[in-house]
Ligand binder design. Structure first.
Ligand code: SF4
Ligand code: SF4
Length: 78
């Protein structure tokens, strides 16, 4: 089924995140932003922007590689 969707997708574990926002800086498509609501640790965690669906994550894994907390999982569509 040729569903129109992005090639990649990320999931951020918001309670594992410490809000360093390195992933925000590194994403070439600006698909990650700071959440205004604090997580359990009291940090403003990273979250995926609404545009991820439209603009599309390429699944490049740069965000996951830069994350010191290993809080980002990258999935690639076939
Ligand atoms: S790099 Fe990791 S710890 Fe830092 S803001 Fe992004 S998800 Fe959170
Ligand atoms: S995998 Fe690449 S394109 Fe997708 S959110 Fe992470 S840095 Fe951005």
């Amino acid at each position: 089924m040729a569903e129109k969707k992005a090639k990649g997708k990320i999931i951020i574990d918001r309670d594992r995140c410490k809000g360093c926002l390195m992933c925000v800086d590194v994403c070439p498509n600006e698909l990650i932003e700071a959440d205004k609501a604090l997580n359990k640790k009291g940090y403003m965690p990273a979250r995926v922007t609404e545009e991820q669906k439209d603009k599309g994550c390429t699944g490049c894994t740069q965000c996951a590689l830069v994350c010191p907390e290993v809080a980002i999982e990258v999935y690639r569509a076939k």
